[in-house]
Design a binder for this molecule. Structure first.
Ligand SMILES: *[C@@H]1O[C@H](CO)[C@@H](O)[C@H](O)[C@H]1NC(C)=O
Ligand SMILES: *[C@@H]1O[C@H](CO)[C@@H](O)[C@H](O)[C@H]1NC(C)=O
Length: 128
């Protein structure tokens, strides 16, 4: 019995590792919404409330259930979500910019990252 089971597993493993991946049925299209606000050169104050907006006109029928907005400064995306689990199709989400100097430094190399199936970045803007 033991031998039979491991033989079955071995053959499953062999099939899984040697056959090509079956075509995915109903796979999500990768949609990277174009962020409209913040646009290049916009200045946001720390602690302010902002309405992030993006273009939904090219949204495919099936999109990710995952949604999150994060800040990116220079080359690094911050680990905290400014918003998550909102409706990507709505095209807008109100966020609060982190308020304390210890939370984020000022700078003119900020971008927002909007996550869905994949992440897309806004233009560079300033937080002062
Ligand atoms: C991402 O956003 C940029 C501008 O913010 C836009 O030009 C581009 O079409 C978007 N999509 C992809 C796939 O990069
Ligand atoms: C954010 O902007 C969108 C698009 O302009 C608008 O429809 C929405 O009402 C705004 N939300 C708030 C809270 O201002």
């Amino acid at each position: 019995m033991k031998f039979t089971l491991s033989a079955v597993f071995a053959s499953i493993l062999a099939v899984a590792t040697t056959s090509p991946m079956p075509a995915d049925v109903g796979i999500l299209e990768i949609w990277n919404p174009h962020i409209l606000n913040p646009s290049a050169g916009v200045v946001w104050a720390r602690g302010s409330t902002q309405n992030v907006t993006w273009d939904t006109s090219d949204a495919p029928e099936l999109i990710s259930e995952i949604s999150a907005i994060r800040l990116r400064k220079g080359g690094s995306t911050q680990p905290e979500d400014l918003a998550f689990d909102f409706d990507l199709r709505s095209g807008s989400q109100v966020i609060t910019v982190p308020g304390l100097p210890t939370d984020i430094p000022t700078g003119d190399d900020y971008r927002l990252v909007l996550f869905g199936d994949s992440g897309n970045w806004s233009d560079e803007f300033t937080i002062n």
